[in-house]
Design a protein around this ligand. Structure first.
Ligand SMILES: *Cc1c(COP(=O)(O)O)cnc(C)c1O
Length: 379
């Protein structure tokens, strides 16, 4: 957002976000959603990549429906897309009525209480309904949805324009819960005749398209993340992250590195100290040693210089991380920057090294990086 983008070279890290890749990914997902169409999930500041740039780029490509979690997120993007449909996945509550109405946001109603509130105070404005078909997160039960569908008095006060459900296990295509949710939602959607429906998130689209529904709700795949485990990721990568190297030091075999002295060097080494740390969202859980996760997953994070791998040594600290560059040739070091996410180190490899998922790495990307946007019809 404002103040986060600058072209100055004073920062410790450079984050490059490829808007053309996001648009290409949306077009790909939109094609896979046919005869339905793809909306775009842009909650949490477009998964950390900046709604102010991502939303206009997607709107120019033809995306006319956006999902966010919270009213303030919807209000922030309303001026960017005056005509688009903006839906609130986290629904509405009494304190959020004014903001929701003012910004013409569509609450996704997930309980009978929310339905009653919108019927009483929504002034007949459009709403959506979420049905829980097996995740036990948000949503009306199937029985409640049946009751609502048959309640003419309530229906008269609710302009239901969308009905949706959400997969619990779409990233695991063979999980039996998928079939159960598909069938359960099919039956519920049929009761709300004429109401547009959506089921698939990114993983759902990659494994089964729109499942016969009018719309899909991709998030992570737009941003280049891996949606389905165990298949090659067909999406274009979007994010490149590099950190400035502040110093290269030599240390002797037997010496230790970083807090807690948890890494003891097994050889005479060269260590690059990079200007990035957990305060930037480069997770401490990705440390090379000295954290509980390393007992389960032995490999920690690594950076790359000129295609040469440089593993993290010891603990990631708040503003600094140590990388083993002993095997990196001098000319590769001379550039002065180390790739943390990019062609050699995909987002999801970073996530795996930290025991997490690409979603969490993206939504944790820090505010101290210089942000550069590529493409998207703007500089
Ligand atoms: C976040 C979210 C999505 C998008 O999911 P991805 O896995 O990022 O594609 C879709 N629908 C709902 C209800 C969500 O909460």
């Amino acid at each position: 957002m404002t103040g986060r983008t600058d072209n100055g070279d004073v920062r410790g890290g450079r984050l490059t976000i490829d808007l053309d890749a996001i648009v290409a990914n949306w077009r790909d997902l939109d094609r896979r959603s046919r005869p339905g169409r793809a909306a775009a999930v842009v909650k949490a500041d477009a998964y950390g990549l900046g709604v102010d740039r991502v939303v206009p780029a997607l709107a120019s490509a033809g995306c006319d429906s956006f999902f966010v979690a919270l009213p303030q997120e919807g209000a922030a993007i309303r001026p960017l897309v005056p005509e688009a449909r903006i839906s609130l996945l986290n629904g509405v509550h009494a304190g959020a009525m004014d903001e929701t109405i003012k910004a013409r946001l569509i609450p996704v109603l997930s309980s009978m209480e929310q339905a009653a509130l919108w019927a009483a105070q929504g002034g007949g404005r459009p709403c959506a309904i979420q049905v829980d078909t097996g995740m036990n997160r948000l949503g009306l039960t199937v029985d409640e949805t049946c009751a609502l569908a048959g309640d003419d008095a309530l229906r008269a006060k609710l302009d239901v324009v969308h009905v949706m459900s959400h997969f619990a296990c779409a990233d695991m295509p063979d999980h039996p819960l998928n079939r159960q949710q598909i069938e359960s939602f099919q039956a519920v959607a049929a009761m709300l005749e004429g109401v547009e429906s959506s089921l698939a998130n990114s993983a759902g689209i990659l494994t089964g398209g729109a499942y016969g529904h009018a719309m899909t709700r991709p998030g992570i795949a737009l941003y280049g993340g891996e949606a389905v485990t165990g298949i090659a990721n067909p999406m274009q990568p979007v994010v490149t992250l590099k950190a400035r190297i502040l110093q290269i030091r030599s240390a002797a075999s037997g010496e230790t590195v970083s807090y807690g002295a948890t890494h003891r060097l097994g050889r005479d080494s060269r260590i690059a100290i990079a200007s990035v740390g957990y305060a930037d969202g480069y997770p401490r859980a990705g440390s090379g040693s000295g954290i509980p996760l390393r007992d389960a997953i032995t490999e920690g994070l690594a950076g790359y210089l000129g295609g040469h791998r440089a593993p993290v040594l010891g603990r990631v600290t708040m503003d600094l991380t140590c990388f083993d560059v002993t095997d990196v040739p001098d000319d590769a070091l001379a550039e002065g920057w180390i790739e943390l996410i990019g062609p050699n180190m995909p987002l999801d490899d970073v996530a795996r090294a930290c025991g997490t998922i690409g979603y969490e790495i993206l939504t944790s990307l820090g505010t101290r990086y210089a942000r550069h946007y590529r493409g998207g019809g703007k500089a």
